[in-house]
Ligand binder design. Structure first.
Ligand code: PRX
Length: 633
């Protein structure tokens, strides 16, 4: 098979594509969009306004993304394996689905949705473990034209109900239970708690997975029962290119998570394009992304990107350390994985368990190994490169966000300069810039600044669900005519970008994005807490840990039991991923005269650099700083 022109497989091809993409972006994207199956061609490639913002790609085009993920592959590669599912327990059976089998599963699922009243534009919440049905559910929503909102199954009942209420979802799709390592969670029971406060929910569709007894009520439909009766044929709904494909909630600097909205045509084009090029997918390669479908990485690089490209993709139910910390490498060997994509937090955790776990496996199949979600430190980069890539596989450090829909800055397989801790150059079609805080363009290299993007790309965020003004304010108001990422970055002498981290009140714990305000709001629910302030601090495994400074009422016990109570509240309100690592009881917080908490000072105390606090004399009560330093935990 000859290489498609949009598969960039050399430095020269990259340079040429990048030049084309900036000189004539519309022609560049149009030529890629032409490789997909559309029901009706677009009348205009791009309509863009970064002020409102109002961005449309492939205007008036009509399609269904699932015809591109599934149907168009049936003729030539219906028997090719689409999904290989590796269960939590290595002794359980692997389940594999060819493209033809995937078509059958998704059609049946689509009929089940339709029979239960789901139609175009309805919102469906998916709260499932990492089982093939999670992918089928997402694709079935897309096939009937419903908008899916996948909620990570580690989130609590309260976090789930907040997301259901915000999207006014009509249905939740869940399973009886979930297993990860030795832990089990009865998801259906969590859903029962959540939907008590969700009047919009008409159906709870439950997949039998663990076989546990769970609470059911009049809302329940069992998936396996509906499956028996469901037809194997389903005509995909016609969608406008700009119809919403999904909502994915993510944290920002305020307390309430926002529903990032992605639309159909542009997301499709970019998910496929970025997947093929970053991972240099070819032929019968086996690709494995270890993320959860609850995050954007799972959306773009477990489900949509790999299936659009007609690839074979591994989906893994378990965790890296079960039954032993060699599980990833065992699975790489077992399925002869060619491209492997994971997060720095997993790499650091496995590195700490010792090299022997990796050394015993044959991993010659690996051609590209990827990292995503947080900055990868030099030690982890080197270990990943040497012990896993064995100096042969190309390491790609991929920078992107829920809002960008796909990978924005990364080497493309072996192409580019591979330098530890540097994501590299932008993909052709992506135009990042560094700006000063005042919005001045930094043109020189070897400079640090705020990372923004100056030209639209097809998979960019269109709005925040139900609150367009929030989208404008958060991403498009900081710098006129630019999308602002919230990240700081440095560009080296060769133009390679190194992502430094968030410049807003967002922390990144094990690659999970959390707003400090979200965690503070949860802590403040403790009846004896008066005020709290949360910051991130460097953590060896998680990248960032959560440090909470808490002011309590005079009568509070201020002991470990109270710490545990606060942790339990945070787990209930958000989920276990948001539990503070350290809680310090304080009598006051460093505030400006206008009452704003100076988090910069709290961050320095938490990371042990309080000797460089700078001038604190402008604080309302400078003496509070010394007492916080003294009581550091
Ligand atoms: O700070 C950046 C960090 O993760 C943030 C986006 O988080 P989320 O929307 O949850 O998406 C994660 C998966 C795409 C970014 O603003 N981030 C992501 N990738 C990298 C990174 N930081 C450094 N290097 C990366 N490769």
């Amino acid at each position: 098979m000859s290489t498609p022109f949009y598969q960039i497989n050399s430095q020269e091809a990259y340079d040429k594509a990048y030049q084309n993409s900036t000189q004539n972006p519309e022609m560049f994207w149009e030529s890629i969009a032409e490789t997909f199956k559309w029901k009706k061609r677009w009348t205009q490639v791009l309509e863009s306004d970064f002020i409102k913002p109002d961005v449309k790609w492939f205007v008036n085009g009509e399609l269904n993304i699932t015809e591109n993920c599934i149907d168009r592959h049936l003729e030539n590669q219906g028997n090719k394996t689409a999904i290989i599912w590796e269960p939590n327990n290595p002794n359980d059976e692997v389940r594999s689905y060819s493209y033809a089998e995937l078509a059958k599963e998704v059609n049946k699922f689509s009929n089940i949705l339709k029979e239960n009243g789901i139609t175009k534009g309805d919102r469906v919440c998916i709260y499932l473990p990492m089982i093939p049905e999670a992918a089928f559910a997402m694709l079935a929503c897309a096939r009937v034209g419903a908008i899916h909102s996948v909620v990570f199954a580690g989130f609590s009942a309260k976090a789930l109900s907040d997301r259901i209420i915000d999207a006014e979802a009509k249905m939740v799709i869940t399973s009886d239970g979930l297993v990860r390592g030795t832990k089990k969670l009865l998801l259906r029971n969590i859903v029962a708690d959540a939907v008590q406060n969700c009047p919009s929910i008409q159906t709870v569709l439950t997949v039998k997975h663990t076989g546990d007894n769970v609470n059911t009520n009049h809302l329940d439909v069992w998936y396996h029962e509906a499956y028996e009766k469901a037809s194997e044929a389903f005509e995909a709904e016609t969608m406008n290119s700009e119809d919403e494909l999904f909502i994915l909630y993510t944290s920002g600097s305020t307390g309430k998570p926002k529903g990032v909205v992605h639309t159909t045509g542009g997301y499709m084009v970019y998910a496929d394009y970025s997947f093929r090029n970053v991972f240099q997918y070819e032929g019968d390669d086996v690709f494995w992304c270890t993320a959860d479908v609850g995050w954007i990485t799972g959306h773009s690089y477990i489900v949509y990107g790999p299936l659009l490209a007609g690839s074979t993709c591994v989906m893994f139910e378990g965790i890296p350390t079960y039954p032993e910390p060699d599980r990833f490498w065992q699975v790489v060997e077992k399925h002869k994985v060619n491209q492997f994509y994971t997060a720095p937090t997993a790499i650091r955790a496995l590195m700490a368990c010792g090299d022997h776990h990796a050394d015993k496996y044959e991993m010659d199949s690996l051609k590209v190994i990827g990292s995503v979600g947080e900055p990868i430190n030099e030690e982890a980069w080197n270990w990943y490169n040497e012990k896993i890539g064995r100096g042969k596989a190309a390491l790609v450090d991929t920078w992107w966000q829920t809002e960008t829909g796909g990978i924005m800055i990364s080497n493309l397989g072996k192409i580019g300069i591979h330098k530890a801790t540097h994501a590299g150059l932008p993909l052709p079609g992506i135009q990042p810039v560094l700006l000063t805080a005042e919005g001045k363009l930094i043109e020189e290299n070897n400079q640090e600044g705020l990372l923004a993007v100056k030209f639209p790309w097809p998979s960019m965020i269109r709005t925040t669900w139900g609150d367009h003004e929030r989208c404008r304010q958060v991403y498009f108001s900081a710098f006129e005519n630019h999308y602002f990422t919230g990240d700081g970055a440095k560009r080296d002498e060769n133009g390679l970008y190194r992502i430094i981290g968030r410049v807003d009140d967002v922390i990144n714990v094990s690659g999970h994005r959390l707003g400090t305000a979200e965690v503070e709001n949860a802590i403040n629910e403790h009846p004896q807490v008066i005020e709290s302030a949360v910051v991130g601090y460097p953590h060896d495994i998680k990248g960032q840990g959560i440090y909470a400074y808490v002011i309590c009422s005079e009568t509070a016990r201020k002991d470990d039991a109270m710490r545990k109570e606060m942790e339990a509240i945070v787990s209930d309100v958000i989920g276990r991923i948001a539990k503070p690592d350290k809680i310090q009881f304080v009598t006051g917080l460093p505030k400006t005269r206008s009452g704003k908490i100076m988090r910069r000072i709290l961050r320095k105390i938490a990371d042990g650099t309080s000797d460089s606090l700078g001038d604190v004399s402008t604080l309302l009560d400078p003496s509070v700083v010394d007492s916080i330093i003294e009581g550091k935990v």
